[in-house]
Design a protein around this ligand. Sequence first.
Ligand SMILES: [Zn+2]
Length: 172
Amino acid sequence: MTQVADLIPLLPEEEMARRLRRANSPNPELWDLLDAVMDPEIPVITLYELGVLQNVELRGDSVYIVMTPTYIGCPAMTVMEEDARAALAQAGYLNVEVETRLAPAWTTAWLTPESRRKMAAYGVAAPDGDKAACPQCGSEDVAVISEFGSTACKALYRCKACSEPFDVFKAI
Ligand SMILES: [Zn+2]
């Protein structure tokens, strides 16, 4: 993880701490196993890339996972937890405890530029503060159509430049 040091000045403190937890983890194989778990709603980015996976470690013969939802009440969290348990079970880790941690709250600032690119390619925009850009053409001349997009965790926008509708990720 040589890139960690390069990212530090650009990252919020909690996100830097999360990356260091992974970089310094005594159980890197557990993080690697969970890299197989994708966001069920944006299946091109992993729970780690999304910033949901906060920590994973061995405690005795159990695996202890900490996850922070992107949005309170996000129904995808249940699927994410089940998928994480399944990925670990395949590798023989059958005792898994999952803690859902709400504070500090997830923010789109935890997304890497790479995660944002992957999401945009999938047609979902991650807002930057309260601004969202069209994933098709990059225009910021956009309007909210509905607070609820394809899922409760996303809002539906329309781009005024290319008139394409798109989903925007909601933060807590
Ligand atoms: Zn557009």
